[in-house]
Design a protein around this ligand. Sequence first.
Ligand code: SF4
Length: 849
Amino acid sequence: MTEIPLQQHIAPSGEQMTVRDLASCPPPDRWNDWVEYDAKAWPRKVEKHYTIIPTICFNCEAACGLMAYVDKETGRVKKFEGNPYHPGSRGRNCAKGPATINQVDDPERILYPLKRAGKRGEGKWERTTWDEVLETFASKIRAAIVEGRRDQVMYHVGRPGHDGYMERVLGAWGVDGHNSHTNVCSSSARFGYQIWCGADRPSPDHANARFILLISSHLETGHYFNPQAQRIIEGKMKGAKLAVMDPRLSNTASMADYWLPTWPGSEAAVLLAMARIILVEKLHNREYMRRWVNWQEYLAAEYSNEPQTFDRFIELLIEQYAEYTPAFAAKESGLTEESIIDIARQVGHAGTAFAAHTWRAAAAGNLGGWQVSRALWFLSVLTGSIGTPGGTAPNTWNKFVPAPFIKPSPSEMWNELLFPLEYPLSNYEMSFLLPYFLREGRGKLAAYFTRVYNPVWTNPDGTAWIEMLTNEQQVELHAALTPVWSETAWYADYVLPMGVGSERHDLMSQETHASRWIGFRQPVLRVYKERNGEPVEYTYQANPGEVWEEDEFWIELSWRIDPDGSLGIRKYFESPYRPCQKLTIEEYYRWIFENSVPGLPEAAAKENLSPLEYMRKYGSFEIPQDKVPVFTLNERELKPAELEGAQADEQTGKITRNGTPIGVMIDGKAYEGFPTFSRKLEFYSATMKEWGWPEYAIPSYIRSHVHRANIDHERSEYLLLPTFRLPTLVHTRSGNAKWLYEISNANPVWMHPTDAERIGVRTGDLVRITTEIGYFVNRAWITDGIRPGIVGCSHHLGRWRLSTSQGTDRWASALVELSKANEGTWRMRQLTCMSIPARHTRSTRNGWQ
Ligand code: SF4
């Protein structure tokens, strides 16, 4: 490595500055007074003094570290850079991290709590106080609780950004009211993982892999993509091969050794064909499968007349998947047989260093997509690469959620607005059906919170959400908790401004790599004031305007719902240090850092800091692996004390206590195993069979509604691929980030040259895409980077607002006119252009055109 020559300067303060200082990360001992030259003053060398305070990015779920540079002269945040002490992101960010400064400085941001002054959706607002907001909601929620209407309180979240805080609040209220967006997102992929191993996400150790197979674009977008992208490239630099299954030549696929442009929905067929090749060619990890797959259960249930031996199990597996030949998979997917065979062999030879990942991608947007992640995990099982160095762990092995000081017991009520009984295996809440359930009279909402959630724009049936939100019988009181205006907030009773990544507390941990860490998001201006001896009672006193943070809001609200403690709620919001006194947010995190994070108190003591001071200083902490290991956790042997009163099943080895599985006996030893019913990896899912889907008891391939046979090219039918992200935008939360819209301001329709030629379209031409629920018009981009027969359009851009001066940020949205033409039909017309192309006039029955 070439050493950067030092060009030394002496600052007036007497401190030595160097050009290298300006080009590298400031060392922590200088974070209290970091000096840089003012770029705007160039060529004069004018010093600027900063206090650097770490926080966590809130622009996607990866929870990368940021360092906020607070200008000591103005007391304002000047910029954000990466935090090199953050174990996940290691000082690196994507474009969205530094763009947090745009969100802080957004001239159109909501600075004060607003209350509607006209009808819902009329766009008339008046400023109100936090006190009035708290009183209004506390009395509404208290009445619902006291009157036994707990199912009328609902919190609907788009982006959590914390680990467990809100579940604790709702649990304390005794409310089963946590709703999510997950069923329009990752539920399907999660389900495929869940029924295998009891954890619903994968955590690949890319950096140590020999072969990486991605069914996602994790070098550029998606959850945890920046931390994972770093490790994918590290793995590649150490010799790993990368294959990417994606009908689109994403930036990720462009970096791959193998691009596998499968027909969407056919991926499970390809993966099962690979599984069969691995089995037939005996590349599987025989010993691992013998020990850790629930083959005994499978044979007993499905082949009771066959020898109950592992070898017979393997023979039956090959018979079971006989139809999944390379030729069959090639026909379904459009890949070549040779490439399927080649990748299968490389996966098999990678053995325990085979890393694989899918999130939404192929598992979303097509019926039966959940079998894609299930079939992918099958390859990890066959290679014995579950939770090994270079393999793929269940996410829970690489995530650390520290326990708070007092936790409510699980709710005893069942909210059928979230988990209706006719969907017994729904994985996460059936959130997208909420407007229809309310319309059918299945219930109503007394108090509804949407939090960083924008279904009016995000969900394809946004007008159904407008109808729900404007119906005061269905939704009595609605607050939108949001850092930015959204189409949904427009229809709320209250719009409550919440902080962006540098204006709030949160604790986050993500499965970015083979490690466990926590990241501490903090309101940097509050920390700055406190460092300067200015005490702050509530975060909104330090943030711009009266922008608050949810953590404190929920403490205050809970205290007001149960002021005397008679409802049993208040005790969860009392200080663990000052009996019967109201919990402060500092005390909440202080207790966690002092008591629930292994290794943190010791690390802090080495620097003469308290655990809280340590986290305030560095913003993150990596749990030492000698305290909490991360590999092959299923192999942990149970201690004699853990086995007291337990019994083991002779045939399957399952160890239970009082009917609850706690481990598994394998070759005479008691292991912890996986958090499944069998405590093994469940190739065979008794649950699927017992609940009425015996045909899906093992990994299989479901022909999707977007199967090739269902698309008639002669009638100009194409498959529309809308499930990919742009690397620089964040669903509906980057409308207030100017830099990001300067980078990504067009969202063309991707089309292959052969398709374009057939219908006579050139790049830049307008094309009309008609779907089952409407149409949109957009410009075409003719590119070899997409499979023939498929057109792609990302799900970003196309934002709208109903007022010239208020609503979704003007540089990100078009002014539109929205009206209900007749029952079930809405019409939207664009009135003025914006700086970016928008989707054109749209109307449909319960949808957009
Ligand atoms: S990957 Fe996500 S968390 Fe990391 S910098 Fe980008 S937007 Fe922020």
